[in-house]
Design a protein around this ligand. Structure first.
Ligand code: PLP
Length: 385
């Protein structure tokens, strides 16, 4: 058995990131400035989006995206029950009503049919979440959105980089939010990016910096002037040049990171595809997952233990795991405010009870991968019915 604990998802930073941060610290410009602008440009280029706005998190990218799209009290926004809480919080923050729907059994991505049934005259838009890095089925969503004049704001916190029928996520919907949180496919410690068309991004930029008509770098640098006007009650979630320094170097490494992720996934699929006690994740035809998460699903009727004890058994074998996610409608705030019952979204609810995410990151050595595989096989063998 493994001697040291294997972390679920540590960051992967090197001397390049350290040097870039030090360079920034020495320039005398540490908050939003030239490095952030450069990171936005290089990120936009990588995705193939016409414009991008760097902010302090994906949560804030979604918040300023919704604000720029004009979401306000009385509006409804449809999203998935199977996501991280902040996808739903941002709708609440603007005083609008989040309308949750169930997911597809294979990918656990939002079910387009369920979205269609949830549309009302108050619906302003849809927020699909490319969960685990696998793209949602965007074509039916886009068709429906176009017919009903809805926006499509994608939560791509897991989906860097992800392709759907040849198109890069970030170039598909009205706008797309990416995350650079410490555990994500690339990191700026904390950070996020909103991709979209230049007009929308310009509006979102104002929302991200106090609703001011000119940003600080333009005001305080040599080319600037003291004058600005406040045109919106904006938020404060601009990215700093220190964070952008990490992003510039991480973005260069992202293709190598992804190659390693796919290698690890190949080994997991080969090993677990043979075990009837578990269900492995799929990558549907025409889709290219970013493989942010490797979600294994336990076939509980073939095991004598549940998911929670499975996680304890993995921990006892020194392997860190996690669960993505506890469905939104089970959390007390949303459950009580909207009166949700657990069975209201049966696919999300049932799969939640059998989900366990295994370590998947580019720092995994071949030995680490073997240790994870051996631990899973050992737990399954010990507790098979
Ligand atoms: C991580 C995550 C977020 C939030 O990202 P932050 O950058 O931490 O705000 C949103 N949605 C999903 C699906 C996530 O996994």
């Amino acid at each position: 058995m493994r001697k040291t604990f294997l972390s679920f998802s540590p960051p992967f930073l090197g001397s390049e990131e350290i040097a870039e941060v030090i360079d920034t610290l020495k320039t005398d410009w540490i908050t939003t400035g030239p490095k952030t602008r450069q990171f936005e440009a290089e990120f936009a280029d990588f995705i193939g989006t016409p414009a991008a706005l760097a902010v302090s998190s994906a949560t804030d990218a979604m918040l300023v995206g919704l604000a720029a799209l004009g979401v306000q009290p009385g509006d409804e926004v449809i999203t998935t029950a199977m996501t991280f809480c902040s996808t739903v919080h941002v709708i609440e923050h603007l005083g609008a009503r989040p309308v949750l729907v169930d997911v597809e059994p294979d990918t656990l991505c939002i079910a387009p049919g369920a979205v269609e049934r949830a549309v009302t005259p108050k619906t302003r838009g849809v927020m699909p979440v490319h969960i685990y890095g696998h793209p949602c089925d965007m074509d039916p969503l886009l068709e429906m959105a176009a017919a009903r004049k809805l926006f499509v704001l994608e939560d791509a916190a897991h989906a860097l980089p992800t392709r759907y029928r040849g198109r890069m996520v970030g170039t598909i919907g009205t706008a797309t939010a990416f995350s650079f949180y410490a555990t994500k496919n690339m990191t700026t410690a904390e950070g996020g990016m909103l991709a979209g068309d230049p007009d929308l991004i310009a509006k979102a930029r104002m929302w991200s910096l106090h609703g001011m008509s000119r940003d600080a770098y333009k005001r305080y640098s040599a080319e600037g002037s003291w004058f600005y006007e406040v045109v919106l009650p904006g938020f404060k979630c601009n990215m700093t040049d220190i964070n952008a320094s990490l992003g510039l170097q991480q973005l260069k490494k992202l293709p190598q990171f992804q190659e390693r992720r796919r290698e690890v996934v190949r080994q997991y699929q080969a090993a677990f595809g043979q075990l009837p006690e578990v269900q492995v994740p799929v990558e549907l035809k025409g889709c290219e997952s970013a493989w942010h998460i490797y979600p294994l699903r336990l076939n509980l009727d073939m095991l004598t233990i549940g998911r929670n004890q499975f996680i304890e058994e993995m921990k006892a074998r020194n392997i860190g795991t996690s669960v993505h996610f506890i469905p939104i409608h089970l959390h007390p705030y949303y459950r009580d405010k909207y009166g949700y019952k657990p069975e209201e979204f049966p696919v999300a609810f049932e799969n939640y009870q059998r989900l366990v995410s295994l370590p998947l990151h580019p720092r995994l050595s071949d030995e680490d991968v073997t240790d994870v595989i051996e631990a899973v096989c050992d737990v399954v063998k010990t507790f098979r019915r």
